[in-house]
Design a protein around this ligand. Structure first.
Ligand code: DLL
Length: 427
């Protein structure tokens, strides 16, 4: 589809969705009325800037079904998004929503080169989390054989990967590394398995992590992005070029805004990603603020797809840490840790406040081969810690105390990994 055709389609769909929520969701109706807007004011996609934003707080305040547009007897699935505080976000899907989601997921898998000849295991959690069932439906639509492994039971999963000749895997990048570790422990070598493609997402990851996963599992790893409030996995996906992730923008319209002024930013600039669902029936959202920070990439993709690409997420406007006044993203620490061969990609930031001064400790696991060699001599521990501290200081612009840990001692996660313990209780 040409850009002009796409914009025309988006404009038509936007008008329809605004009309739909105006008549079906009292929350949106009163928001629009407060702004003196009616659906007739929204005619082209450029009119989107007139619309109000929606935030996670709006969803929580209207828990559980306040923003649902479709009647309950048309909702065929309900997911809930993980949240650390307050009410979870409840998202209901109509049959048509599940169909759109499934097709979007199939688009992702097809872009990764998955076909009906593949056997794909889905090791995102099945349940309230959208990862498991979302990926599952897409694999079935492509016609590949799906193995609903879910998380947990990792040794059994590794044996299945080997014995069934599984060729594709969908999981978080941190779980992919955990699988590789488990394979090592079980004495299963990379050439005994047939994985060739991985769909990794649900948490930020870096190029260094990609290289490591690809090397250890012998596959090509692709990014997949999404969020429950908008749909689930499949909002965007990498193609073979692996230069940004194509957004399924016929269904999810993206904008980048300045998170402080809330003004839209020009293409190419980094800011907060905002989505409007253009076709959703169950719980449509207008200008939902994701808090994810990234940019939309200008220009055409050599793969031939014309849908716009987004850069990797480099942080969130809300999990950003402010330590001694400096903005710190866990992903910055990760890139430093992974740039040094002594360390496994396992780390934890522990933030505290001592005598009114913020402190940052970075705990990081040594790789087995360095652990044996290093821990024998206190001088070597000291030297390695200092080396990492110097690198962290140059990247973060603040000092961090490093604590080296033995392999396997930082807690593993089977879903999204947590990288921060903030003990400051500033709220
Ligand atoms: O994580 C949906 C998903 C499942 C995506 C499986 C990909 C694969 P939520 O639990 O609602 O939904 O969390 C959404 O996770 O706003 C991002 O901050 C983060 N996230 C998701 N995918 C990526 C990614 C699912 N590829 C939140 N890169 C989003 C970086 C990601 N962050």
């Amino acid at each position: 589809m040409s850009r002009d055709q796409m914009r025309e389609l988006q404009g038509k769909r936007l008008h329809k969705i605004v009309e739909y929520v105006y008549h079906h969701v009292p929350f949106y109706r009163s928001r629009l009325q407060e702004m003196d807007l009616t659906p007739d004011d929204i005619r082209t996609i450029d009119d989107i800037v007139k619309l109000p934003f929606t935030t996670k707080k709006d969803l929580r305040d209207n828990y559980p079904f306040g923003l649902q547009a479709a009647p309950q007897n048309e909702i065929i699935r309900i997911h809930a998004s993980s949240g650390t505080t307050g009410n979870p976000t409840i998202v209901g899907y109509t049959r048509r929503d599940i169909g759109v989601w499934t097709e979007c997921m199939a688009r992702c898998l097809t872009a990764y080169g998955v076909t009906r000849n593949d056997i794909v295991s889905v090791a995102y959690g099945y349940g309230l989390f959208t990862g498991g069932l979302g990926a599952h439906n897409g694999v079935e639509m492509v016609g590949a054989s799906v193995v609903p492994a879910s998380t947990g039971n990792t040794e059994k999963h590794v044996r299945l990967i080997r014995d069934l000749g599984i060729t594709g895997i969908c999981c978080t990048p941190s779980y992919a590394l955990y699988l590789a570790e488990t394979m090592d422990k079980m004495g299963i070598a990379k050439d005994q398995i047939h994985l060739r493609v991985g769909a990794f997402g649900a948490e930020p990851w870096t190029e260094n992590m990609r290289t490591e996963i690809q090397e250890r599992l012998g596959l090509k790893g692709y990014n997949i992005y999404g969020l429950s409030e908008v749909m689930g996995p499949s909002v965007s996906y990498e193609c073979s070029e692996q230069h940004g992730s194509h957004i399924n923008e016929d269904h999810f319209y993206p904008e980048i805004i300045d998170p402080v002024t809330l003004k839209p930013l020009p293409a190419g600039e980094t800011g907060e990603l905002v989505f409007t669902t253009l076709t959703k029936e169950g719980m449509p959202v207008l200008r939902y603020r994701t808090r994810d920070l990234c940019s939309l990439l200008p220009g055409e993709c050599p793969c031939g797809r014309t849908n716009v690409r987004m850069s990797p997420i480099y942080g969130r406007s809300d999990d950003m840490l402010i330590i001694r006044g400096i903005n710190v993203f866990p992903s910055q620490v990760e890139s430093v840790v992974l740039s040094m061969e002594e360390f496994a990609p396992r780390y934890m930031l522990v933030v505290d406040r001592v005598n009114n001064l913020d402190t940052l400790q970075v705990q990081v696991e040594l790789r087995q081969e360095y652990f044996t060699a290093t821990l024998d001599t206190p001088a070597a521990i000291e030297e390695l810690s200092k080396k990492l501290e110097a690198k962290l200081r140059s990247v973060l612009s603040i000092g961090a105390k490093v604590q080296l840990k033995a392999p396997g001692t930082i807690e593993r996660s089977q879903g999204k990994s947590a990288h921060v313990i903030d003990k400051r209780q500033l709220k």
